[in-house]
Each structure stands twice: as structure tokens, then as C-alpha cells.
Design a protein. Sequence first.
Length: 255
Amino acid sequence: MKKNALLCLIISFFLNLHLSAAVSNEKYFSELFFQLSENSVSQQTILAGSLLALTALPFDRTINKKMTEDRLLSAEWTHYGHAYLDNFFVLALLGGGALLKGNESGDYLTPVRYGASSLMITTGATLLLKKVTGRQRPNGKPYSFPSGHTSITFCTASVLHSWYGPKAAIPAYSAAAFTAFSRMQDNYHWLSDVIFGAALGIAIPHGLYQADKTNSKTTLRSIPLSINWTIDSVSYTHLRAHETVLDLVCRLLLE
């Protein structure tokens, strides 16, 4: 499932430019990014994250010392918090969620592109902020702010929340919080790093989802295609009505 999910994410970005209906990837990003920047809930989430991070800033060193000296969890346990992203489990979860959502609606393009877009924009914003701030980590290494592990895992949780509601949000946010805790306890990040990382990971997918919902009825539709071929004198119609090549590939991976 992990490889299949990642394959669908790759297919969406390399084929959608030609196979998406009214909206290519370029137009999709330009329109949704503009709407994302104007989403009030996303703005409030970023503002709240910024204020909380600034509030935590004077206490970063004290909390870091307390957490690293008086460990609540052993390194064996916190290892799983790092591995959630480092071993790509979070990507498999995101891709699998997109496939299942597409299987429910018969439209794989919308959830795959929404999940992949959320992940890509969140990752890009995180890396940009790391370069701009250049903050030193508690262990002395560079690029501490914000926490990338935290922003990406919270991004995944936010996407799953948008698709499946609280039943997916509770375990997904719990896993993200555990990852953030692990990064702090193992001396990779300050408290303020993970606070803003969490806010970033929640704000971007939420704004994209709302913009996607607004545009889906008028622009973000798929071009129906039909491909037929004959094998051993038997005719097969592999693409169903109103189904794109991306929909076909994702459906076959689940069947």
C-alpha cells in the first residue's frame, strides 16, 4: 500500500497537467494559493501559533533542560516518533487516505491532488522559514525553526481530519503530538519550534480544503476519457465514464 500510495502522488503531479479538466496544476496552485492566503481560519491559526511560539520563547531553554534531563519516555519509545516521518509512514498514511477517499467518490484526482498539495506547500513553507530564520537547534545544529517533523505530521492529521472527521483526527493528531514531543525530548527542537510547526501544519491544509470545496463545482473537474483495446479477441473498456487515467490507475491499485 505504501508504494501504491506514493505512486498515486507522483502520477497526480506528472500527469494532471495534461489530464485534468478545466484546471492544470499551474492554474490549480495559483488560484488555490491566493485563496489560501485569504482564508480567515488559516490566518487566525498562523497568528495564534505565532503568538504562542513567542510566548514560549523565554521558556525554551528551561523546558528543554527539564525534558532532556528528566525524560518521561525512553529513547526506544521516542524513536517511533521520529520514524513516523523518517520511514515514510506518514506519507503512506496520507496516500492511503487519498486512495480510500477517491474510492468512495469515484474521483481520485481531487483527494490525491489536495493531499499532495497540502504536503508540498507545508514542506516548502517549513524549509523556507528554516532558511530565513537560521535558528540553532538545542543540540547545536542549524535550521531549528519551525519543526519540520511537526509541521508535516500535523499537516497529515489535518488532511485526514478534513476527509474523515474526528474518527481519523483523534489518532492522527495524537501521533503528530507524539512526534513533536519526541523531537523536543531528544534535543532536536525547542518548544516554540514545535508550536509554530503544528500551527503551520494545520493552517495550510485547512485553507486548501476550503478553497478546493469552493472551486470543485465549477473548475476542478476531470476530463472524461475512454480507452479501449482488445486482448485475445475480447474487448475491454478500462476507463469508465467520467474517469481519468489517474482514476483508472488508482482504482486498479485498490482492486
